[in-house]
Ligand binder design. Sequence first.
Ligand SMILES: Cc1cc2nc3c(=O)[nH]c(=O)nc-3n(C[C@H](O)[C@H](O)[C@H](O)COP(=O)(O)OP(=O)(O)OC[C@H]3O[C@@H](n4cnc5c(N)ncnc54)[C@H](O)[C@@H]3O)c2cc1C
Length: 534
Amino acid sequence: MAKTFDAVIVGGGHNGLVTAAYLAGGGLDVLVLERRPYVGGACVTEEPWPGYKVSTAAYVLSLLRREVVRDLDLKKHGLVVYPQDPPYFQPYPDGRSLMIWNDYTKTRAEIAKFSRHDAEVYEEYERTLNRLAEFVEPLLMMTPPDPASRRLRDLFGLLKVGRMARRLKEDLYEEVAILSMSAKDFLDSWFESEELKALLCGQAVIGTFAGPRTPGTAYVLFHHVMGEVDGMRGCWGVVRGGMGQVSECIAAEARRRGVTIRCDAPVERILVEGGKATGVVIRGGEEVRARAVVSNADPNVTFLKLLDSKRELPAAFTRKVEHFRAQGSSVKVNYALGELPDFTALRGSAPGPQHAGTIDICPSLDYMERAYDEAKYGSWSSQPFLEAVIPTVYDDSIAPKGRHIMSVFCQFAPYDLKQGTWDTEKEKFGDRVTEILTRHAPNFAASVLHRQVISPLDLERDFALTHGNIFQGDMTLDQLFFMRPIPGFADYRTPLRGLYMCGACTHPGGGVMGAAGHNAAREILRDFRAGSFR
Ligand SMILES: Cc1cc2nc3c(=O)[nH]c(=O)nc-3n(C[C@H](O)[C@H](O)[C@H](O)COP(=O)(O)OP(=O)(O)OC[C@H]3O[C@@H](n4cnc5c(N)ncnc54)[C@H](O)[C@@H]3O)c2cc1C
């Protein structure tokens, strides 16, 4: 008789691995099945060109929960994160630039080039966001209570959230505003300089099919300032060895706790018997039996591809899954460079602060809005918003000596194109990105040794991200907290007994956070201990 695992996890993304490690820590016998040749999902390092270790998808770290880092001993397993300093550099085509430093005095002087008022209020803006983040942080690690339920657990959960909200006092108004406002309205309420607003707005649309004037984008901005590196809130960092190192460290701890991890093992079907998930079938026909199945994949893959939804799920639930929004919006362009960009706005191709921060190309909110407008009507943006990071400025282990890697995250790129397909368009998009960067750093085009363009279609094909949505589903108010992924099923359980979810499509959503994986494990262990697995 083949062995029956306590839990089989479909997908070895970082969240699937986190769930596996916590479940094994709770005494469960766990198997992880990953369809790709390596673990990590979108949090991965690959070697597209010999000698270059590229963070193919996710490229900077901040949101990873400190509880996960601590509980899974990630530092002991070799996780090293270099905080970015300065965090941001924005060159403008007319030769001016704006640098945001970790030091307020230096930042104030930079912002004052554009507005005295903004220079004065910037520190207060950051303080306010930090205070709000302190309120939201505990919510990230809790199972969202269902306000429509009468279960005691949900009622207590709601009470807890209410108590926390009361502690915010008048900041509560700002919190509610952030949830519902557009990034532009929110930033307008603080600042007058277009340059500063354009720089801050990048975080509001990352991974989101929305422009700065779209209601709800202020929350996306906030979501991206909730993390920290080494206790510095809002700070982002470069991971030594590439982002895959995060996943490898989690996998190492999972293995140490007894988890079996199999790569090149695509799950084709979730087995259902007597209204309960009882295992999976791997491509080729191998069956694996388990008391619980945990999906790290998105709702579309989990419910519509791996299950016979008509037979195995309630029709009303399936309808909601079909309408769960997961829109592609981004292209990632990875470069290998012979030398660093020599920006007209701040000269020099020896490593300098202009190379150490996240480099944003977005001169104004209108530029960003126009980029979105084109995508809204089915074309890729001819003047896209770009966010570039050069990890080799910090990490000498990922490229040959003297060479550099540059990750460029670009928007907007709709999954469905009015003309052509992503297979015919993506290199044209890549050429446009090279052209824009060369406009700001004239040596750029000539410095390119290799280029990799990853379209929304590639994200879907290679990473199983439906429509190339980088967060396994839009991060809009209607798909957050107790609404994520499906209202009534935000507690990591599903209508099918024995089937759980643990990926970014669940609360608290996208980003390399480990929170969804952590929370899912807590709920699964609760059921296991209550004996409801059998
Ligand atoms: C281009 C891009 C850039 C990003 N940049 C950043 C960033 O800089 N910082 C940040 O914090 N976040 C970033 N993100 C978001 C972040 O990477 C994701 O939200 C996060 O990695 C999701 O992790 P996950 O484990 O929940 O899911 P995923 O990473 O989606 O993992 C799911 C796993 O399930 C596997 N799978 C799916 N179906 C099956 C099947 N049938 N059988 C077996 N395995 C299966 C997949 O192959 C995958 O490995 C980015 C994402 C993308 C795509």
